[in-house]
Design a protein around this ligand. Sequence first.
Ligand code: ASP
Length: 591
Amino acid sequence: MYRTHNCGELRAAHIGQEVTLSGWVQISRDLGGMTFVDLRDRYGITQLVFNMDDNSDLCSTARKLGREFVITATGIVAERASKNPNRPTGDIEINIASMEILNESKVPPFTIEDESDGGDDIRMKYRYMDIRRAPVRNSLIFRSKLAIETRKHLADQDFVEVETPVLIKSTPEGARDFVVPSRMNPGEFYALPQSPQTFKQILMVAGMDKYFQIVKCFRDEDLRADRQPEFTQIDCEMSFVTRDDILDTFEGLTKHLFKAMLDVDLPDFPKMSYDEAMERYGSDKPDVRFDMELVNITEETRGHDFAVFDNAEHIGGICAKGIAADYSNKDLKNITEWVMRPQIGAKGLVYIKYNEDGTIKSTIGKFYDDDTLNAWKEKFGAENGDIVFIMSGEKEKTLKRLNELRLEMGRKLGLMDGKVFKPLWVVDFPLLEWDEDSERFHAMHHPFTAPKKEDEARMLDGDHETMKSLKADAYDLVINGAEIGGGSIRIHDRALQQKNFDLLGFTREEAEDQFGFLMGAFEYGAPPHGGIAFGFDRLCAVMNGQSSIRDFIAFPKNTSGRDVMIDAPSRVDNDQLQELSIALDIKEDKK
Ligand code: ASP
């Protein structure tokens, strides 16, 4: 028998019992007469004691145990002289009478401890050792439990989990497809799903009524920080529902998951329109854990001969509370440089420092006297002791930059408590985005999203300008500034769907070729329907107050889209390519 117990379960109540444990050697300490070994498995760490006086051969073997050796050992549970209150098993240790080395280990390339000294790539290459570390292991266990809770809750609400195919035809969700050649159909390709969008809609036409699936999705995007080319969604769709039916259902799921996993009671989720989110936060995924809202002072600044402001479309700012006394000129210079980095792209940063003693220091003091600057205080909700930061320029860009600045100040001032959760629904997104470069409309969510009911007639009859103002029946769930989920009420009528494809620049043939099956299905009794998909990896990370999804994915890809453990992607041999009818122009010897 390899074990009577695991390494995390023995307590004072077991004292005197003979037990057998198996696991990995975390560390071995030789204190002359005694050798202490910390033995680790998935469940915890237990201290083993080898005593020279009891068995010198055994003790000598124990001295030679290296890190990550796999052993099995038998002995008697004893009370520890010096207890370790930080460990659940810290009251006891095991006096070992026999031990067998099951497998040796080379010296691991990084420390297998909570805080590892291993960089990302080395940890990913040896992910099996990384997963032995408690933070990664616990993240994966959390993920597993979250998936089980999701399934339980949705099944209780009559949702049916349906698996949709992985080898499909392209679904336009805005990214590139991964394609898979078909051997049996030379020259033709499948695409991996960017999401099961069209299938779940077809399932609604098929009368399944409530569908969900915890499902892998694939998007061949340039990897931005913390994006993965394959990721997981909790994908859902419902029939005969309004927007609010969907929001209620998934607010319910979210609340349930927070309660079951974290014992957190979430407040009701407020709804905020996209326009309001952009005005107040400069972002469609506002972090509402803290205020520091964007203030528009375009009108107030006009007519003071300050050309920069007079010529700008938008002038806005934020008020950072209580920092005037601590914020040195160096700090101000640093934050100015920060917003002027290419990633943010601001041309400069204006500040107004309202000192405690009532004096004012500002970069625009030449153009605006103290009375004027004092008059702005109310608008910003500023008091003496605060600093107001102002940016100007084209409206959309300025709002986005102010959002970045707001988040940076929030981080600096410690306003983003990882234990506080502030969810909200962002609703009423624009249906279409006009892209100046390609002179085309893009779907803001995806081409199957319905306009709001009151905009339907305008969509069918309106002119080009009208199309820019159409609102979609689309929504996002945002928690602590992260987009956790998004969805929409769908078009379920052939004519409207056709009109949307027209607007998006599809020719009739292209639309028919790519989505004829869906529009065809709409002609055979399609019920009104809508749905949502949650980013499952992101949900795991946000619930744990973490900004990265990496450690919630067992085998993630690096920022170049590579799996460095198995070394993929990789070349395949010529025969295989020929079988797939793929022409070769890469020389074999280049390998
Ligand atoms: N398929 C959409 C997405 O992946 C979600 C939805 O509309 O349900 O974002």
